[in-house]
Design a protein around this ligand. Structure first.
Ligand code: SF4
Length: 440
């Protein structure tokens, strides 16, 4: 019987083309991490987790005995240690029962797996603007937090989704439940962030970053996102509601950041309006490739738009934005979620590979968020992610399919490559070859 660390090392030995760091990162994303009281005390001095849209935790706040939701950092950067890690940035997913645990010692913070040392842990300094507030009193970090080690400004315009409200939410998603628990826990969040609030927060960020001088550590991109609007919100359709944000930002700071928008797969004429407003990257997230699972696990998307139409619209959007700028997300691993998911890694990889082929052969550039089994979502109650071997094989097929179609690394994700990548909720950027990224 192998110990926990031996099992991960054994998998890494059998897959020498996938870096050990990326394998550990995926294991952390699917199992979460616990924190010792001493490590939490250290973390409290650094940039904290902002709960910018979903919980991305494997325990509800009510199940966190140490108030971890108020103390953990947004991300950790693993480096050094017995395996000589090159730096990898990992999103913090709280799970008090995880075998992965962050400990504090004389040499600083470190990550252990069932007591075995894995790597050193670095934390990100709190950016200056995280200590500032808007004129109305709301913290800047609540309106525009940053993730990916400061690379990405995350602009959740609408913190709820109308699908779950109608009983048709995606089964892996806890957006509305997370909003409720954050509100109950006293976080100063509101369902809708106004355009004026966003602009005011960005003004503070731009001034603070410019004042700090130099380019290092500056945010490079923003994502406008939020839940789906199936009817209207404030009297506006989904396209009309979300379009106002990039329009206003690009009018005020044309091209300062790489502009990204996550909205539904919209008809071509509506997609053009986003491009004309200055949006560079369009994320019509596809979530799950398999038709049966898409319909079962994304019932709202299936009923309101339909899988075939969703696909057609993604292909149409490639004509508007250029295929490399259309980046549909997959929730990696959810296709193995019980009760309906694939029973074997083989079948799951075969299905998702078909989706990668479909998109990449057209120059479209899908990407992943590794599934976090959130207990406040329908599929997360069992708190069991996909097997680690699934993620290893997924990273390989992703990297190799990109190479087959000679696709450059995706725009708006920072630099690719182990030791350089900052994308924190999947290792897909860590396994791509390091290359000059003029469009990073
Ligand atoms: S569309 Fe689905 S994944 Fe997106 S916020 Fe709504 S329920 Fe969640």
């Amino acid at each position: 019987m192998l110990s926990e660390i031996e099992a991960v090392e054994d998998l890494a030995r059998r897959n020498p083309d996938i870096p050990f760091e990326a394998i550990v990162k995926e294991d952390l994303l699917r199992r979460g991490m616990a924190w010792s009281p001493e490590a939490l005390a250290v973390a409290a001095e650094f940039k904290r987790k902002s709960y910018f849209i979903f919980s991305f935790d494997m325990a509800p706040i009510s199940g966190m005995g140490q108030g971890e939701n108020l103390k953990v950092p947004e991300e950790v950067r693993l480096s050094g240690g017995p395996h000589a890690f090159k730096p990898v940035v990992v999103s913090v997913r709280i799970n008090p029962d995880s075998p992965y645990r962050v400990e504090a010692g004389e040499g600083g913070l470190s990550l252990e797996l069932a007591g075995a040392a894995v790597a050193g842990v670095e934390l990100q300094k709190t950016p200056g603007y995280y200590r500032k507030a808007l004129s109305g009193g709301r913290p800047v970090s609540e309106v525009v937090p940053t993730i990916e080690w400061g690379y990405l400004l995350y602009l959740t315009a609408f913190r709820l989704c109308q699908y779950p409200a109608a009983g048709e939410g995606c089964l892996y998603c806890d957006i509305n439940e997370n909003y409720r628990q954050q509100k109950d826990a006293g976080r100063p969040c509101a369902p809708v962030k106004t355009v004026d609030e966003m602009l005011e927060a960005l003004e503070v960020i731009a001034e603070t970053e410019d004042g700090e001088g130099g380019d290092a550590g500056k945010s490079k991109a923003y994502t406008v996102t939020g839940g789906s609007v199936t009817g209207t919100l404030q009297g506006l359709t989904e396209a009309d509601f979300y379009l106002r944000y990039p329009e206003a930002i690009e009018r005020r700071w044309p091209g300062r950041w790489i502009s990204k928008v996550v909205v539904e797969a919209l008809p071509k004429d509506e997609v053009r309006r986003f491009r004309d407003a200055g949006v560079r990257i369009y994320h019509p997230n596809f979530e799950i490739w398999d038709k049966r699972l898409f319909e079962a696990y994304c019932p709202g998307k299936a009923r309101h738009v339909g899988r075939d139409e969703w696909l057609r619209r993604i292909v149409d959007a490639a004509e508007v934005f250029g295929p490399e700028n259309v980046i549909p997300n997959f929730v990696a691993g959810v296709e193995m979620a019980p009760p309906g998911g694939f029973a074997t890694v083989e079948d799951a990889i075969a299905s998702t590979s078909e989706g990668l082929e479909f998109f990449m052969s057209r120059g479209i550039s899908p990407r992943f968020t590794s599934w976090c089994p959130e207990p406040l979502s329908a599929l997360g109650k069992a708190r069991r992610g996909a097997p680690l071997e699934y993620y290893v094989r997924l990273l390989r097929v992703y990297r190799d399919t990109r190479a087959k179609y000679r696709l450059a690394s995706p725009c708006g994700y920072g630099e690719p490559g182990l030791g350089r990548a900052v994308f924190s909720v999947s290792s897909f950027m860590d396994v791509l070859p390091p290359e000059p990224a003029p469009h990073a």
